[in-house]
Write a protein of this length. Structure first.
Lengths: 358, 429
């Protein structure tokens, strides 16, 4: 009734194969985009920017990246924090070395640097699989963070070892630094995430994405039918690291403005992004967004309700929040092990038949 | 997801709706009562809150205006710290005291742009002591570099002024906080000829076996420590395990509370730490706190921290904030001050010993005299020593100065570099 495909005829291959084949779904998507691009920037304030929307976009980007590697290509990685650190430090070095370079290109280039580092650390994946690969990427995590803390060149020899993002502008409007207006930073992140999510969606349903999924489902069979494991795995590591690097660059330059490696890019970041991907749904673009939303918005919401709304002591609220988020993760994994994206798929199935299920 | 957003809006609307009607002085407290640093965060937050409760209960606020402490949990995490800052700044927050060097670094540019002062009391960015560059950041009454120099002065004193060839090791939290004193200690080693070795400990510092093995092998004459949270107690225990002479083990003021030494029991006897304020609860103000706060059941937290080192520090921080608010009220001749006026108050803050006496804190700390150029305060410190049998800290010398000859040029160098990087014109001329 509300959501149906009756009367939605396709007369060409292009319309039949589009991402949202059902009309109402397309309207929903474009409606959401119009709100995100044209309505939200007029209402956003500092709190919504720094605590809700920009974190959501940054984590979505990172989750997208890890989902390509883990969800689509089946290579488990615990190095996300380390790769985000590569993106952030590449961004910092490029920002300070080439002050005139536009921040947009700096962020893209940081992604490129991370893609290269990701390929290097992806090499062992040709020999080792599963849990053993997870351990190998864990080494990347610790090595990279140690490196950025140890070698002063990376933080331009500053006394504290912190890196701080200088102010950079696009079309004369600051998007990094303390005086950047909230709508500018939000739109900057949103544009990048929109572009790259679009790209990810199309990559994953093309040749490359199909070769990743073939490797994920059964690598020997994939090899026999002519998928090159070297090309598929290394490209998955490269593309995934690119996304994670861009996320790291945004995390440092736009969201936080100053970071120190051990705290901002620790192992907990790797786990957080992995949980986002698992809870959102492995092998789903929408799942990356849902997972990121669940794990970034839920704590903020709980805090606002418990401390702001109910007036609980902050320590009680903080402990309760940890328990509640943990409990919810377990609940979702039991009730829907394929993630929130699968839940959405089920809802759509039900809606198609509603109100006459059989 | 939409539902979530809707719920956030409702929750935020509820928050704003309930609080905006009151006219009061808002002092946000970015506290941490959870996580590996909670042992330090809890007593500080309790002391901070209790002092304002005392002012409200006993004097009816600051010159008749009620003070309101707005607590927000950061867990010593910079992301949560930023969230806390953004969520509280709209409520007229007068001054931020994040009790975390990492969060301070985050807030320096943000708060300066928003025109809200930050008071990083004895932590944060040391070169913020140069008020010509850092208009909204204060770190009186002392900085990390003062602490480093005061410790070295103490060592000099013990060795009759000659420490040439002595070996000093620095055990530090491997973060912006722990790295702060390195430059100063290096400069001082050039001047006094001691040999400095660096021993980093990674967050959170629960595992320090290899570091202390290295110390046992190198046999330094003195070990200095820049630690915080669980790292401190582990280090003191490890030092006791390798039988390092405790009187040669000296911590910064964040590594010198009861939490850090009690777990090591008798082994911690003689451990020293530098401090910028008095120790113990032998001051008249504690009678007032007992009468007006504890007996009325209004003590913050569990109420079991009163008189501990970090509780006193929270109390001291609150006292400095309240006095600055008073100064601001006087300068601008208004009861309800804004953050910008609070900044002026902090810059004009003067606390002499007579005023301390009036506040019931006679002899608690050195006199404070903040000026436009100097946001770092007098930079005086004393050495406190732990007595494990009585379970008390006691000061073993007078509040003494740091080596300004070394520190002032370093502050100048670092702050002018920051000013050049960010195009900040010099103030105060």
């Amino acid at each position: 009734m509300l959501y149906r495909e009756t009367g939605d005829f396709k007369s060409s291959y292009a319309t039949d194969q589009q991402t949202f084949p059902i009309r109402s779904e397309r309207y929903l998507f474009w409606g959401a985009m119009v709100i995100a691009f044209l309505v939200v920037p007029f209402f956003i304030n500092d709190y919504w920017e720094k605590s809700v929307l920009v974190p959501l976009l940054v984590w979505s980007m990172a989750a997208l990246g890890l989902n390509i590697l883990t969800g689509y290509c089946g290579q488990v990685s615990l190095g996300t924090g380390g790769f985000m650190a590569v993106g952030a430090y590449a961004c910092y070095k490029l920002m300070t070395a080439f002050p005139d370079l536009n921040i947009f290109f700096v962020v893209i280039l940081s992604g490129g640097v991370t893609a290269f580092v990701g390929m290097l650390f992806g090499l062992p994946s040709l020999r080792i699989k599963g849990f053993y690969l997870a351990v190998a990427t864990l080494a990347a995590q610790f090595f990279l963070v140690w490196l950025f803390n140890k070698v002063p060149w990376f933080y331009n020899y500053s006394a504290s070892g912190q890196i701080t993002a200088p102010e950079r502008t696009i079309f004369g409007i600051a998007v990094t630094g303390a005086s950047a207006p909230p709508w500018a930073t939000y739109l900057f992140c949103l544009t990048l995430v929109f572009l790259f999510a679009w790209m990810a969606r199309n990559l994953t349903r093309g040749t490359l994405g199909r070769s990743w999924m073939a490797i994920r489902d059964m690598d020997i069979a994939a090899e026999i039918i002519g998928v090159q494991p070297l090309k598929a795995k290394i490209s998955a590591f490269a593309v995934s690291s690119f996304y994670i690097g861009v996320a790291g660059a945004l995390y440092f330059s736009v969201w936080l403005g100053a970071v120190e490696p051990t705290e901002a890019f620790g192992i907990n970041v790797s786990f957080l992004v992995l949980f986002m991907v698992i809870i959102g749904g492995l092998g789903s673009i929408l799942g990356s967004f849902l997972g990121a939303a669940f794990l970034t918005l839920m704590p903020v919401l709980l805090k606002n309700v418990m401390v702001g709304g109910l007036g609980w002591p902050t320590d009680l609220a903080a402990h309760f929040e940890i328990m509640l988020v943990g409990g919810l993760i377990v609940f979702f994994l039991i009730v829907e092990p394929h993630g929130l994206a699968q839940l959405w798929r089920l809802v759509k199935e039900k809606l198609r038949l509603w109100p006459f299920p059989y | 997801m939409k539902l979530t957003k809707l719920a956030i809006v409702t929750a935020m609307a509820a928050t704003v709706g309930t609080t905006s009607a009151l006219a009061d002085l808002v002092f946000p407290s970015l506290s941490y009562r959870t996580g590996p640093y909670a042992a330090g965060g809890i007593p500080f937050a309790d002391g901070y809150a209790d002092y304002f409760t005392l002012l409200n209960e006993r004097d009816g606020g600051i010159n008749g205006v009620q003070a309101r402490v707005l607590e927000c949990e950061t867990a010593y995490n910079t992301q949560k710290g930023v969230e806390c800052y953004e969520s509280t700044k709209g409520e007229g927050s007068l001054v931020y005291q994040p009790l975390s060097t990492g969060i301070t670094y985050q807030l320096i540019p943000k708060a300066t742009a928003d025109g809200i002062p930050v008071h990083s009391m004895g932590y944060g960015r040391t070169s913020a002591a140069n008020g010509k560059v850092f208009s909204h950041v204060f770190n009186y009454p002392g900085t990390y570099w003062d602490a480093a120099s005061i410790i070295v002065n103490h060592i000099l004193e013990e060795n009759g002024g000659d420490i040439n060839g002595k070996k000093i090791a620095l055990v530090y939290h491997n973060s912006a906080y722990g790295k702060e004193p390195i430059r100063t200690l290096e400069e001082l080693s050039k001047k006094h000829g001691y040999e400095l070795s660096l021993v980093p400990v990674d967050h959170p510092g629960q595992e320090q076996k290899s570091q202390w093995l290295q110390i046992r092998r190198d046999r330094p004459d003195y070990v200095l420590m820049w630690g915080w949270g669980v790292m401190n107690q582990v280090a003191v225990k490890e030092a006791a395990n390798i039988r390092f002479p405790m009187e040669n083990f000296i911590g910064v003021w964040w590594s010198g509370s009861e939490n850090d030494v009690v777990p090591a029991g008798e082994g911690a006897n003689g451990y020293k730490a530098v401090t910028f304020h008095g120790v113990g609860s032998d001051f008249p103000i504690f009678e007032d706190i007992q009468k007006h706060v504890v007996d009325k059941g209004k003590a913050a937290g569990a109420g079991d921290q009163i008189g501990t080192v970090l509780y006193n520090r929270g109390l001291y921080a609150a006292m400095l904030a309240a006095e600055a608010a008073r100064a601001a009220q006087e300068i601008h001749n208004t009861k309800e001050i804004t953050p910008a006026q609070m900044r002026d108050g902090m810059e004009a803050l003067k606390i002499d010993s007579a005023r301390l006496e009036e506040l019931g804190l006679g002899g608690f700390g050195p006199e404070i005299n903040v000026s436009c150029e100097n946001h770092g305060g007098p930079g005086l410190g004393a050495i406190a020593q732990w007595n494990a049998t009585d379970g008390t800290w006691s000061l073993i010398n007078e509040f003494g100065p740091a080596d300004r000859e070394i520190i002032d040029p370093l502050i100048m160098e670092d702050s002018t570099a920051f000013a050049a990087e960010n195009n900040i014109p010099e103030r105060c001329s």
